[in-house]
Design a protein around this ligand. Structure first.
Ligand SMILES: [Zn+2]
Length: 129
């Protein structure tokens, strides 16, 4: 199944080839682009070498098109939120950690929740599903 990922605010396509493209800002106010593997639970990413990221850094994640902050403010301030669309046009809420090196991803559709990443367990209680 081929999935697309879109911004929850402008509905622009975030996926190019196999990567999801985000604009990020570090705690040191450095800005850059991240290309994150679009397979849920795969945390590999690419970036420009000048963008310094270290384990534990808290990023802010923005849509590269409309610049909306993707923080999942209604769920947990460590998480960001985007929308996944399957080939039938079904929508899923995708939540992932904005902390570098923290492996947390949730895929949610109504009352169904799937989690990915070894750090997800600590976040399960934030979802009312
Ligand atoms: Zn957007």
């Amino acid at each position: 199944m081929n999935y697309e990922y879109v911004c929850p605010y402008c509905r622009g396509n975030l996926k190019i080839d196999n990567d999801i493209v985000f604009a990020v800002r570090t705690q040191n106010q450095q800005r850059g682009l991240l290309m994150v593997n679009s397979a849920l639970g795969d945390y590999r990413y690419r970036k420009h070498p000048d963008l310094d990221l270290s384990e534990g850094d808290r990023l802010e994640t923005f849509c590269p098109m409309c610049h909306s902050n993707l923080k999942a403010i209604n769920v947990n301030t460590n998480l960001a939120e985007i929308i996944m669309l399957d080939e039938d046009g079904k929508e899923y809420q995708i939540y992932f950690s904005e902390i570098v090196g923290e492996h947390v991803t949730f895929k949610i559709k109504d009352a169904d929740m799937e989690s990915f990443g070894e750090d997800s367990e600590g976040y399960v209680n934030f979802f009312g599903v």
